[in-house]
Write a protein that binds this ligand. Structure first.
Ligand SMILES: C[S@@+](CC[C@H](N)C(=O)[O-])C[C@H]1O[C@@H](n2cnc3c(N)ncnc32)[C@H](O)[C@@H]1O
Length: 259
C-alpha cells in the first residue's frame, strides 16, 4: 500500500520511540560540527533536522525518502544546511562517490528491499574514513508485533493476499557479512533494548500503522483491513496489563567505517 498524507502526519505525532532510537544511534555514531551527513529514510525529517543542528552552519545534511508524502512534510523544515529529496537507499546515484562523512539510517533498513545493494551504495557515497550508522529491529529477536502479524496473516481470508515486500530484520551475522561485502570495516555492534509502551491496543496498532506506512496489514486489501485490525486488537488485548501494553524490542545498532 502506498503511503498517505494521514499516515505521514500521524508518524510525526507518534514517533517518540524512533526518536529515542535515533538519539542512541547518534551517540554511538558521533555527529560533529562541520560534517556532511546523509539521512536515508528520513521520513518527515524530525531527526534529520536535529542532525542539521549538530553539524551546524559549516556542515550539511541531506534527507532522502521514497515517500513523497513524508518528503513534502520534511521540506517544511529545510534550511540553509538541510535539504530533502525523494530517493531510495538502493539507488543513491544522485550523490557523487565519496561525498559524505556519515550515512545515518534509523528505523529504515528493514523496509529496504535490496539491502546488499543499499549497503554498497552507503559505502560508495562515504568519504574514506567516513562512518555508517544503522539502527533497526534485530532479526535475532522476535517481538510480539511480528508474532501477532504472522498469526493474523496466516488466517482466512487474509492468507490469500501474501505480502509482496515484507520487512526483513537482519541478524547480526547477516549484517556483518553485508558490511564485509561492501568493504566497510572496524564494525561495532550494540543491542539497544527498548520497551514500546502504549495505553491500549488501539494506540499500539496506530503506532505500527504510521511507522510501517500502512504495511502492518501485509497484502490485505483495504476493504478488509478494518476486520483484520479487529482481530489484531483481540491479540493485543491479551497483553494489556494495569499499566497498558509493554512490548520488549531489541534494536541492532551498527557502526562501521570506510577504509
Ligand atoms: C519508521 S520510518 C523511519 C523514519 C526516520 N528515519 C525516523 O527514524 O524517524 C521508515 C522510513 O523508511 C522509508 N523507506 C521505506 N523504504 C525505503 C527505501 N527503500 N529506501 C529508503 N527509505 C525507505 C519509509 O518511507 C519511512 O519514511
Amino acid at each position: 500500500m502506498a503511503d498517505t498524507e494521514e499516515l505521514a502526519q500521524g508518524y510525526t505525532r507518534l514517533n517518540k520511540t524512533q526518536v529515542g532510537a535515533g538519539a542512541f544511534l547518534i551517540e554511538k555514531l558521533g555527529i560533529d560540527p562541520g560534517m556532511q551527513v546523509l539521512d536515508v529514510g528520513c521520513g518527515p525529517g524530525d531527526i534529520t533536522s536535529h542532525l542539521a543542528d549538530l553539524v551546524g552552519e559549516k556542515g550539511g545534511v541531506v534527507g532522502i525518502d521514497p515517500s513523497k508524502e513524508r518528503v513534502t512534510l520534511a521540506l517544511q523544515r529545510a534550511t540553509s544546511n538541510l535539504s530533502f529529496q525523494v530517493g531510495k537507499a538502493e539507488d543513491l546515484s544522485q550523490f557523487s562517490t565519496a561525498s559524505f562523512d556519515a550515512v545515518f539510517v534509523n528505523s529504515t533498513l528493514h523496509w529496504v528491499q535490496d539491502q546488499p545493494a543499499a549497503i554498497k551504495e552507503f559505502a560508495r557515497v562515504l568519504k574514506p574514513g567516513g562512518r555508517l550508522g544503522i539502527s533497526g529491529g534485530s532479526g535475532d529477536y522476535l517481538t510480539h508485533q511480528e508474532r501477532i502479524k504472522a498469526d493474523i496473516l496466516s488466517r482466512e481470508p487474509y492468507k490469500q493476499y501474501p505480502e509482496d515486500a515484507p520487512p526483513k530484520f537482519l541478524k547480526q551475522k547477516e549484517m556483518d557479512r553485508l558490511l564485509d561485502d561492501a568493504e566497510l570495516f572496524n564494525k561495532i555492534f550494540f543491542v539497544n533494548k527498548i520497551v514500546k509502551a502504549t495505553k491500549d491496543a488501539d494506540e499500539m496498532i496506530d503506532w505500527l500503522d504510521t511507522s510501517s506506512s500502512g504495511k502492518t496489514y501485509g497484502g490485505i486489501p483495504m476493504e478488509i483491513r478494518p476486520r483484520a485490525r479487529e482481530e489484531m486488537k483481540v491479540e493485543w488485548n491479551k497483553l494489556v496489563t494495569d499499566s497498558g501494553i509493554h512490548m520488549d524490542m531489541e534494536l541492532l545498532v551498527t557502526v562501521a567505517y570506510k577504509g
